[in-house]
Ligand binder design. Structure first.
Ligand SMILES: [Zn+2]
Length: 197
């Protein structure tokens, strides 16, 4: 005799918190059918009937949803966001903290930061995370146009090797701007970027 769930079957489009049911997953046990759900943040996750109906799962628990739920820098989230947060924090220091060693090349040259990224904590960091994604292990924060500001459109995660290659290219400021306008990938000015972390 198959066991039957104490919960009713769930139809496509049903909402549980931030999760919208897309369809039943195949090959799951009758008594705890799993459903493919799309979270409002865009991630798709498979969640069991019992966890949906009991209210145990209301969001995907990935990335931003996980961060919002349980605090960014506590417990198991700490290693997940630490690298990205150190980039965010260093960017702010370079531009805003007059005692920072890199300030003269950043804040001192009127390099600014997107207003979205300067909203009061933790929203500023959450916006940065939403725009930039998690920082990959081998990459640092890079401005595509090194004379531009820290804005979503002008920032990317780039490898140190790639940045070093561009430093060796020794482009003049005019060439860098021309390359930027023509869509050539980021070209670093060594003088500007020595303070990168
Ligand atoms: Zn989510």
């Amino acid at each position: 005799m198959p066991r039957h769930s104490k919960y009713p079957s769930i139809g496509p489009g049903s909402r549980f918190g931030k999760l919208t049911v897309i369809r039943k997953m195949r090959h799951t046990k009758n008594y705890n059918q799993r459903y493919l759900c799309r979270c409002d943040c865009g991630n798709e996750v498979s969640v069991s009937n019992s966890r949906l109906n009991s209210g145990q799962r209301k969001r995907c628990a990935i990335g931003m949803c996980r961060a919002n739920r349980s605090g960014l820098f506590t417990g198991r989230n700490r290693p997940l966001y630490q690298r990205t947060y150190s980039s965010y924090s260093a960017m702010k220091s370079r531009c805003l903290n007059k005692t920072h060693t890199g300030y003269e090349y950043y804040g001192g040259r009127s390099v600014t930061i997107s207003a979205r990224w300067l909203e009061p904590a933790p929203q500023g960091f959450l916006n940065f995370l939403a725009d930039m994604g998690l920082r990959p292990r081998d990459k640092t924060l890079d401005r595509k146009n090194p004379f531009g500001n820290y804005e979503p459109d002008n920032c990317q995660w780039a490898t140190a090797k790639w940045q070093a290659n561009n430093k060796r290219a020794n482009y003049t400021p005019e060439e860098i701007v021309t390359n930027f306008e023509q869509g050539v990938p980021s070209l670093q000015n060594p003088e500007l970027e020595t303070a990168a972390f």
